[in-house]
Design a protein around this ligand. Structure first.
Ligand code: ME8
Length: 483
């Protein structure tokens, strides 16, 4: 039975153009979305941009541009990633979109207020613009935010607060029981420890005279929503909350929110709190991936080691970039982007791996006779089935590097099979047919990872009534790179 599958990326700040970290989240999410589509699910894949808040507003001011124009430009760069990274997202939400996003964000706010979870409070405390969050002394190291290396700003104002503390126990329980499945285990433990410390209420608005760039709070004209309250609601506004109930009910609850480890608390504490308050179901799972360093160091403009996905793809192609991210970066831990490693992987796994295997098999198959009507040998079929099962098991737990490794092990197996049977000497139609069946399976398993190459291979395999009957030669899918 076809089942709905709703998957999201975070919505990215538009203070700067996308880098390899954003590319990673997008590619990981895309691979899962493509895999579910291939399983027959009805998939909705959402991404977008988080355009309000102090950080975005100040970035526009810094270059002397009008805020809307500035965020439009950067949002376009995030949209461009669709073609560059070969992403298959279905909708791109922008929080400055007054038609799609604002009605949802405001409807959710009203719900929270209706049930009595919003109240006024005088606040005095520190705010980290980098995090877009109020911070306390214990979040700081040597008086600065450890993530942004900046001193938080002292803020003294009257804000509307959200009673998150009220839902502490319920959120803890949902994560404990797996009703809200936080993956991997390490992140689940981390967030549980945090929640067990007791969740505090959160400031959910900012006075308009201090920050005008935000979604207006319904019935409180002098306030705009706190940027995280606004941003998190994108996951429901995009699918029709407050606008199109039927569409909303079709997709919600989300199957997976894919996020980086930096925003775990917002997604696994504040967001569930908001949903519980509004009487909405919780997302089924949150997949938390690690952070990518560049040549072993944290990416930073000062060091000048920020990796630009546009440049990498321009030089090596989207498949190669996707492959590296999915194979080399452990999806549940931190990983590193290094150009030497990239080339090594490219040559070993793509040029000599998938590309060479496809070329060997299709070259044999192109001139082979008597393929039609053959059936694949049991040994080969078993190997294919085994890979499908083990890869799916890893995919269920979002271990994307393991999925990729399992699929590429099947290519190794195929290479071994050719070398053992030497079909170029024997012209054995059954051996060649087995190899084509293997290549066909590999292309279908690999299509969420390297969609372009997989598509070319699939197109080259000739079928009649779904049965393989031959192939056209595929050469040079991944030309070797010089060392
Ligand atoms: O946090 N390695 O937006 P953001 C891997 N607007 N992933 C990385 C990364 C790195 N070095 N750097 C960034 C926000 N990311 C909010 C989100 S959601 C309702 C609002 C990825 O532009 C990773 O997915 O700072 C991380 O969680 C996200 O970008 C943060 O993007």
């Amino acid at each position: 039975m076809r089942k709905e599958f709703y998957i999201t990326t975070p919505i990215y700040y538009v203070n700067d153009k996308p880098h390899v970290g954003h590319a990673y989240t997008n590619v990981a999410t895309d691979a899962i979305a493509r895999w579910r589509r291939a399983q027959g699910d009805d998939v909705f894949f959402l991404t977008g941009t988080d355009e309000h808040g102090t950080k975005n507003q100040r970035s526009a001011e810094k270059v002397g541009e009008e805020t809307q124009g500035f965020v439009d430009k950067i949002a376009d760069k995030f949209k461009d990633l669709k073609e560059v990274l070969d992403l298959s997202w279905d909708f791109f939400i922008r929080t400055s979109d007054k038609e799609i996003h604002w009605p949802g964000a405001q409807a959710l706010w009203k719900k929270l207020e209706e049930v009595g979870d919003i109240y006024w409070k005088d606040y005095e405390g520190f705010y980290c613009v980098g995090c877009e969050a109020f911070v306390t002394e214990k979040d700081l190291v040597d008086d600065v935010c450890p993530d942004h290396k900046t001193k938080p700003e002292l803020i003294k104002e009257k804000n509307l607060y959200f009673k998150l503390s009220k839902y502490s126990k319920q959120i803890e329980k949902a994560i404990e029981t797996g009703e809200l499945n936080v993956q991997p285990e390490t992140r689940r433990n981390e967030i549980l420890a945090f929640i067990r410390g007791g969740l505090e209420d959160v400031s959910f608005s900012r006075p308009k005279d201090k920050l005008k760039w935000g979604v207006p709070v319904p019935d409180h004209e002098d306030q705009v929503m706190y940027v995280w309250c606004d941003a998190l609601s994108n996951y429901i506004s995009a699918i029709g909350y407050g606008r199109d109930e039927k569409e909303f009910n079709k997709w919600w609850p989300a199957d997976v929110h894919v996020i980086g480890k930096d925003i775990l608390r917002f997604h696994a504490a504040i967001w569930p709190g908001m949903l519980l308050s509004a009487g909405l179901p919780l997302p089924k799972s949150i997949f938390v991936h690690g952070f990518i360093t560049s040549e072993g160091e944290k990416m930073s403009k000062t060091i000048g080691n920020v990796i630009d996905p546009f440049e990498v793809v321009e030089e090596f192609g989207s498949d190669a970039f996707r492959y590296y991210l999915l194979r080399e970066i452990p999806s549940d831990e931190d990983g590193d982007f290094s150009i030497d490693k990239f080339k090594e992987r490219y040559n070993a796994d793509l040029a000599n791996g998938l590309g060479n295997f496809a070329s060997r098999v299709t070259t044999l198959a192109e001139k082979a006779e008597g393929l039609a009507g053959l059936l694949v040998d049991e040994e080969i079929q078993n190997k294919i089935t085994e890979t499908a099962i083990s890869a799916a098991k890893e995919a269920e737990r979002f271990k994307l590097h393991e999925v990729t490794a399992k699929i590429w092990a099947l290519i190794k197996f195929g290479d071994g099979y050719i070398n053992k049977h030497k079909p170029w000497e024997t012209d054995d139609a059954q051996v060649i047919f087995n190899l084509l069946a293997l290549l066909d399976a590999i292309a279908s398993f690999a299509s969420p990872i390297v969609p372009k190459a997989a598509g070319i291979i699939q197109k080259s395999i000739k079928k009649e009534d779904g049965k393989i009957i031959g192939a056209q030669k595929v050469v040079n899918l991944f030309p070797r790179l010089d060392a």
